[in-house]
Structures are given as C-alpha cells and as structure tokens.
Design a protein around this ligand. Structure first.
Ligand code: DGY
Length: 321
C-alpha cells in the first residue's frame, strides 16, 4: 500500500505529479483545513505533510498519529510548533538558499518601486492622467544608488540583498543581526549597528528577520519615530515582525516617507486596511520567492526532504538535528 501524504496549498504540479506516482497524495488548500472533516480524516493516516504555511500545531498533531515529517515549501517555518513536533519526534524541514536571490530581487523591486514611485506612476499612465497633465515634480522619486540601506536580519537572504546594494547600487550597507558577520563587513564594507543607530541613519530600512517569539512586533511606533522622515520601510520577512497598526500611524503622521510591503499581519490583507489607500505604500501579495524557477526548486527540495524523512533517511534541511 502507498504511504499517505498530505500536500497543502502550494506544491508545483510536476513535483506533485511525481509524488503521486509513489505516494497516496491528498491535496488541500482550504484556508482553515483544521475545520475541514475531509482533511482531518486524511490526517489520521498521513505519514508526511508537504506544503506552504499550514499551521502545524498541537490541535493538528493530535489528529495525526502516524506523522513522520512535515516538509515546508518555504524557508520560513513560523507556521510550525517546533516544541510539539520535537516532543512527538516528528521531523520538520524547510527550503533555504534556493530562494535567496529571488527574494533579494523582490526586495529591490519593491524598494525601487517605492523610491521611484513606479506603481503610482504606472497608475498615472494607465488612468489616462498623462494626457491631461504634465508629470508634476510632486511625482519625482528619490535616488536609490549611493544611499544608505539598513538590513535587519543578515541571514542568507539579507546577504543577497547586501550584495545587490553594495555592488549594484553602490549603497552603504548597515546591518543589525544577532551575531556580527565579519564576512559581510569584509565583502560589502557593511557596518554592524545597534538597531536604534540603523533606524536613525538608513534611507531604506529593510526587515528580513524570521518571525520568532523574539522578533514578533519588533518594529513599532518607537522604531518608526527613530527613522528619517524620508525613509522608506521595506518588509519581505513576515508581517507580524511589525506592529501593523503602528506602521499605519507612522505613515499617517509622516514619521516615514513610505513603505514597500510583501508581507502583512494578516494574509490576505483586509480589504479595508488603510495601507491599501496610501499612494506611498507599495504592496505585493507575499510573492518574495515566487518565480516559476524558484517555486519549482523549492517544491523539488521540499519533496526530496519529505521522501528522505518517509524512507528513514536524514533530510537535507532538517530544522533541528
Ligand atoms: C518563505 O519561503 O518563507 C517565503 O516567504 C514563502 O512563504
């Protein structure tokens, strides 16, 4: 009999098809699968889960007595209750590194869109305003090259951002992270800073920390007040690292000039969020790693991790040893 696995939310089709040849795969993508009786029924026999952002907590695990491995198709793993998984001896894996350059490209994409007002000007052209009025200097943006970028969280994605900033845009790189990275200082002439200094000095503040108990709500009104009123805040980590209502207040009060956001406290963002009405806010729907090439690489890596775990081997990307 084929082993049962659950695929959730996002696994690229060629990878899913390959898994289906070897396993009994059940695919779900309801927003709250835990309330779906069909999902709970399949969970009883499932030995593996592969997917994106399935909340794997005590409640779910209580329905999954045969589970051996949870394989995230993401580098982030804040959806997993690691203590519960460890307690039950269930492996957990993620997909690091294959997405570094893609997420860094996204960061620069939204950063540039914010600085050069590209999304606003796109609307200006498409809404036929260009035919009615000349481009007012009000629409001129600010330079990115030769400015200062502050990166909060210099992991491997932060590194790819620093690489673009230093070599591509000739920016000064400041960084704040748990432990100093001498290699970044040597490679990008990056400066290690306490958070307040980074916030005070950066033209672009880029949030890249994983979401943990320590980083939840790490950036709020106090931090926004420290930033330059010309600063643009970029978040491509997780929405909950920022107190979103305080970000909104900071933007309303002009504490910062704008924001470029790929992630939000709740996803999808509520349709009545003030962020969606602000011209100086660029939004994308959590697509940091979502190119065809990279999504496929992530799905392949997650499938390899899953299969290793199912077959008694050590997966390449175990979250803990
Ligand atoms: C990741 O890999 O963590 C991306 O943000 C997708 O969730």
């Amino acid at each position: 009999m084929k082993k049962k696995i659950i695929a959730y939310n996002r696994v690229e089709k060629p990878v899913l098809d390959e898994l289906k040849e070897k396993y009994d795969v059940r695919f779900f993508n309801s927003p709250e699968p835990i309330n779906d009786p069909a999902f709970l029924e399949q969970l009883k026999e499932a030995e593996g889960i592969i997917g994106l952002e399935l909340p794997v907590n005590k409640e779910l695990l209580d329905h999954a007595p045969n589970l051996k491995i949870v394989s995230n198709v993401s580098v982030g793993y804040n959806n997993l209750d690691l203590d519960e998984l460890k307690k039950r001896n269930i492996m957990a894996t993620n997909t690091p590194d294959v997405l570094n350059d893609t997420v860094a490209d996204t960061v620069f994409g939204i950063l540039l869109a914010g600085a050069r007002r590209i999304t606003e000007l796109d609307r200006f052209v498409k809404n036929g305003k260009w035919q009615q009025e000349a481009v007012d200097p009000e629409y001129f943006g600010v330079d990115v090259h030769h400015k200062k970028i502050g990166i909060i969280g210099l992991g491997s994605i932060g590194w790819a951002i620093a690489n673009r900033a230093h070599f591509g845009f000739h920016m000064d790189v400041l960084y704040h992270t748990r432990s100093r990275k001498i290699a970044a200082e040597e490679t990008f002439a990056a400066t290690y800073c306490a958070l307040p200094k980074l916030l005070e000095e950066s033209d672009f503040v880029c949030m890249m920390t994983p979401l943990t108990k320590e980083t939840e709500g790490m950036i709020g009104l106090e931090e926004f007040k420290r930033m330059k009123d010309t600063a643009i805040f970029i978040n491509a980590s997780r929405g909950k690292t920022v107190v979103e209502k305080e970000l909104i207040q900071a933007l309303q009060k002009g504490e910062i000039a704008g924001a470029a956001l790929d992630v939000f406290e709740n996803e999808p963002i509520e349709t009545d969020s003030p962020l969606l009405q602000m011209e100086n806010v660029v939004t994308t729907p959590h697509i940091g790693s979502s190119t065809h090439e990279t999504e496929l690489k992530m799905s392949k890596l997650a499938a390899a991790n899953l299969e290793a775990g199912l077959n008694g081997k050590k997966p390449q990307n175990l979250i803990w040893e």
